[in-house]
Design a protein around this ligand. Structure first.
Ligand SMILES: [Zn+2]
Ligand SMILES: [Zn+2]
Length: 212
């Protein structure tokens, strides 16, 4: 293969260890961090290394294999085509079928499409959750409101949904970490709550008890 020849030529020219484009291996320590989910990769967990040419030379950026499948299946397919596990110092005993990883990817895509825009109203599917404001149960089939709340991940923050009774929205909006504002809330609920029947949604909106 020409690739192989190129690599050998470079080896001779730079006298450096030439790294393969991909490695699939069990993490050799618990120190690497997944560039996709930003969490630590546990020792022994399957990880994909993608070769990056950085300002200080080439090195592998690591991803949980499953995270890579969800976010960059093309790279995973290339790595499988190259049988990148052969590049591991100790090749893993087994790797998941590529087909299984493709399924992960389509499930993740579907989830992204279904992710709702905060704030939204939804019909409680289970009756098992509690209102994050008053702590009382959210009744099955009742309408609940998801507001945005700032959550910290290390030095990053993002907005996650937290669900409350319509009548608890007023109090929830007063909380310091609530990222949703009263202004424009009703309009946003009407446009973001496609699954809720109109009559139910309007009843919930009437219960919001916003002091304006
Ligand atoms: Zn990850
Ligand atoms: Zn409540």
């Amino acid at each position: 293969m020409t690739d192989e020849t190129d690599r050998k030529d470079k080896d001779a020219a730079t006298d450096e260890e030439q790294l393969p484009p991909y490695v699939i291996e069990n993490a050799r320590s618990g120190r690497s961090r997944c560039k996709t989910c930003r969490r630590t990769i546990d020792k022994g967990a399957l990880r994909l290394g993608v070769l990056i040419e950085g300002p200080f030379g080439a090195g592998h950026m690591w991803h949980h294999l499953k995270c890579a499948a969800r976010k960059m299946i093309d790279r995973v397919e290339e790595a499988y085509a190259l049988e990148a596990w052969r590049q591991a110092k100790t090749p893993p005993e087994s790797v998941p079928d590529l087909e299984q990883l493709r399924l992960l990817r389509s499930a993740a895509e579907q989830q992204r499409k279904q992710r709702k825009t905060i704030p939204y109203a939804e019909v409680d599917p289970s009756g098992r959750a509690k209102c994050k404001q008053c702590g009382e149960a959210l009744a099955k089939d009742s309408v609940r409101i998801a507001l945005g709340k700032l959550v910290q991940f290390g030095n990053q923050s993002r907005v996650a949904p937290y669900t409350v009774h319509p009548s608890c929205v007023g109090d929830a909006l007063e909380e310091p970490d609530t990222a949703t504002e009263a202004e424009g809330l009703v309009t946003a609920l009407r446009s973001n709550s496609g699954d809720v029947p109109d009559a139910l949604l309007e009843t919930a909106i009437a219960e919001l008890e916003l002091d304006e």
